[in-house]
Design a protein around this ligand. Structure first.
Ligand SMILES: [Zn+2]
Ligand SMILES: [Zn+2]
Length: 355
């Protein structure tokens, strides 16, 4: 008995020690951010140096503190411990502040004499390039080097950049790379056919569709879940199984008409998702995430953010529509789709349309 009590006590003590370390990290990161924002860089650096484990958040706070107060690169250069997180934070710092060329230069330097870039570094440099329209440059220096895992996430970010800058020729090449990495993923074929459609290559759209049929690849059925009052509700496209279906559809229609008044129009290429002709118009309007959001808005208190989990990648139209919904319903909406979190607030999304 005594031995058991002793073991339990030792586990409790270890947990308390771990909790104290975590609290330390959180408090220190907050201190770094506080000192950095108030211009007290000496104390920001002291708090930063004392941190036992520096997260990317702490690096970002430290670097943006220096950026707001004039010089960041010197500090980065003077730091002894420059791991992959530090390099990535500096590259993304340049990117977010519109210094795409500097981001690319630093990435180049990292490849020559820094640690091996990881997938987050690739996404950071790609985003920097994409914002500045340097899509070709990004493609030229990543093509050989993209790590095998998780290459799909990197190519998808690149594809987002191509679409945003209407660089459709490159978009086709990138989508083809995506297919090389994951040849059996039906979602990539859909993306490739969408990019062909945007480029006006309807013959190719048809070809991709035929390849999918030959390979017996079917688009997975999309569904979204939402938790309301400790209960999880699941919605599929055009779902009418919920007891309050009529109310949900009526509310969603009303919501979308308010979105249209605010400037929303359906995104045409989303209509090219792999669906039968007669399903398309209906499908776009009643995708599962839209139904789940309407249900959440109807049922949850006004302050609570709406949280949705979707099993597939969100389509362009839903992404566009949810931005408007966040404005007309004045609500934060968080969607975790197959690739990432999307945090919609005041008409924009945290992914900045790269996903
Ligand atoms: Zn959708
Ligand atoms: Zn997003």
């Amino acid at each position: 008995m005594a031995a058991v009590i002793k073991k339990v006590l030792s586990i409790i003590l270890r947990l308390l020690a771990l909790a104290a370390t975590l609290v330390d990290i959180v408090v220190m990161a907050a201190l770094v951010a506080f000192y950095g924002k108030s211009g007290d860089l000496g104390n920001a650096r002291k708090a930063f140096d004392k941190m036992p484990d520096r997260s990317i958040v702490a690096w970002n706070s430290m670097i943006s503190g220096y950026e707001q107060n004039g010089e960041a690169r010197e500090v980065f250069d003077s730091m002894n411990e420059r791991n992959v997180v530090a390099w990535t934070a500096m590259i993304s710092g340049y990117g977010m502040n519109g210094y795409a060329h500097q981001a690319v230069e630093l990435f180049d330097e990292m490849r020559r004499r820094g640690p091996c870039p990881n997938s987050i570094t690739f996404v950071a440099v790609l985003s920097a390039c994409a914002h500045a329209g340097l899509v070709k440059e990004a493609y030229s220096f990543i093509i050989e080097e993209v790590p095998k895992e998780p290459a799909a996430a990197i190519w998808t970010a690149m594809l987002g950049a191509c679409k945003m800058h209407k660089n459709l020729d490159l978009g086709v090449q990138v989508a083809e790379q995506l297919l090389n990495v994951e040849p059996e993923n039906p979602g990539h074929y859909v993306m490739l056919s969408n990019i062909y459609a945007l480029a006006g290559r309807m013959d190719r759209v048809e070809m991709v569709r035929n390849v999918m049929i030959q390979k017996c690849l079917k688009k997975q059925v999309g569904y979204s879940t939402i938790e309301v009052d400790h209960k999880t509700y699941l919605f599929s496209m055009g779902d009418k199984s919920h007891p309050e279906t009529n109310e949900i559809y009526r509310y969603l229609d009303e919501l979308m008409s308010r979105c249209r008044e605010a400037g929303y129009a359906a995104v045409p290429e989303s209509v090219l998702h792999e669906l039968e002709e007669e399903e398309r118009e209906f499908a776009l309007r009643y995708h599962s995430e839209k139904l789940a959001i309407a249900f959440g808005l109807l049922k949850m208190s006004h302050e609570a953010p709406i949280r949705i989990i979707k099993n597939l990648r969100m389509c362009e139209d839903c992404h566009w529509a949810i931005k408007y919904i966040s404005v007309v319903a004045n609500r934060e909406i968080i969607v975790r789709d197959k690739l990432r979190f999307h945090h919609f607030k005041d008409g924009s999304c945290s992914c900045l349309d790269y996903w």
